[in-house]
Design a protein around this ligand. Structure first.
Ligand SMILES: CC(C)(COP(=O)(O)OP(=O)(O)OC[C@H]1O[C@@H](n2cnc3c(N)ncnc32)[C@H](O)[C@@H]1OP(=O)(O)O)[C@@H](O)C(=O)NCCC(=O)NCCS
Length: 330
């Protein structure tokens, strides 16, 4: 069976920078609290009228150009987001239209923080299996339009930001590129991090009562998410290495989903690797959910932090709960 590798990456961040100081003017929070508890100093917000499909299409254009292929070479779009422009249709079809692509398939992935890695595993399987030659995987989020900017929402609102990242997956020699993907879920914890409304399980899906109870805003049991994350990240990274007969010493770089600087530091401690081996850019963007890993990967490549032959592990944990890892030989 042939291999599958990432041929090119891209990212798109809204130009509007929102600092912690700006948030302190809207809710009862402080610069110190946000920096100490999360590591976040600023995040990006879109201007009204920009959707995750716009950011996703912008990131995809860069990834396609860097992959050195024509847009018409893309065989499938896999789009991961928790913030599609509309409840339906999924956002992938808007990206297809914005990129002017022919009638190829557009598949939406709804696993939140792990969405990019779940999407990458779909691309990996299609390319390794020979069904497609080029799969475009995108993670994009517009969170800023769905946050509660009063003090009641401060735990969630200060951590999220908008952004997009993309990668083109194409054929490789066996043993190069994506070595393996490891996907997990534990739905019994779904209520710990979720958005309740609008909800098709209720009639009507959105009511004045729901709105006045604030059910249109994400709900998070932060401590619970934190505790599970610091356990699952190292576990799934070790699983990915073991599946490929590799030890922790072989690891050149871990690119974790950017959930919290303290989680990233805890991952380094648990794996007993130096902090430089675990990439972090959360201070600039906050949590961008499905976009965080492709944005981080794109920055790592731009900064020359990944070299040919390096073993790189992408890992994520989040709402669902879901967690995942992808091991790459660059
Ligand atoms: C959200 C998170 C930063 C909160 O940090 P924490 O140390 O767990 O803080 P807690 O939630 O226990 O809250 C501690 C106190 O700070 C307060 N607080 C919460 N948000 C605040 C904010 N933005 N500003 C100031 N105070 C805040 C709480 O009300 C609480 O006050 P109390 O002690 O008087 O009750 C942390 O739990 C976290 O990062 N969890 C994982 C989040 C995550 O990864 N989510 C996305 C999925 S990837």
């Amino acid at each position: 069976m042939r291999g599958a590798r990432i041929l090119g990456t891209g990212r798109a961040l809204p130009s509007r920078v929102v600092t912690n100081a700006e948030l302190t003017r809207m809710m009862d929070t402080t610069e110190e609290w946000i920096v100490q508890r999360t590591g976040i100093r600023e995040r990006r917000y879109v201007d009204p009228g920009t959707g995750s499909s716009d950011l996703g299409a912008d990131a995809a254009r860069v990834a396609i150009a860097r992959a050195g292929i024509a847009p018409s070479d893309i065989d499938l779009i896999v789009f991961a987001t928790l913030s599609p422009d509309y409840f339906f249709p999924g956002g992938g079809v808007y990206i297809q239209d914005k990129l002017g692509l022919p009638t190829i398939g557009a598949l939406d992935v709804r696993t939140q923080c792990t969405g990019f890695l779940y999407g990458l595993s779909v691309a990996e399987a299609y390319v390794k299996g020979g069904f497609f030659d080029h799969v475009l995987v995108i993670g994009a989020e517009v969170q800023s339009t769905g946050l509660d900017f009063s003090t009641a929402g401060r735990d969630v609102t200060v951590i999220f930001g908008d952004g997009a990242g993309a990668a083109v997956v194409g054929p490789a020699e066996p043993g190069k590129g994506i070595l393996s993907s490891h996907l997990h879920a534990e739905g019994k914890y779904a209520a710990e991090l979720m958005l309740e409304a609008p909800a098709s399980i209720e009639y009507p899906r959105l009511s004045h009562e729901m709105l006045s109870a604030g059910r249109q805003y994400p709900k998070m049991n932060g401590r619970y998410v934190f505790t599970h994350a610091v356990r699952r990240f190292p576990e799934v990274i070790r699983e990915a290495l073991a599946a490929n007969g590799l030890s922790l010493d072989a690891l050149s770089l871990v690119i974790p989903h950017q959930a919290n600087l303290r989680i990233t530091q805890a991952v380094a401690v648990a794996l007993r690797v130096s902090e430089e081996k675990v990439f972090s850019n959360i201070e600039k963007y906050g949590i961008t959910t499905a976009a965080s890993i492709p944005i981080a990967l794109d920055e790592c490549l731009e900064q020359g932090r990944i070299h040919e032959g390096d073993i790189v592990c992408l890992a994520a944990f989040g709402s669902g709960f879901t967690w995942a890892a992808t091991l790459l030989r660059w």
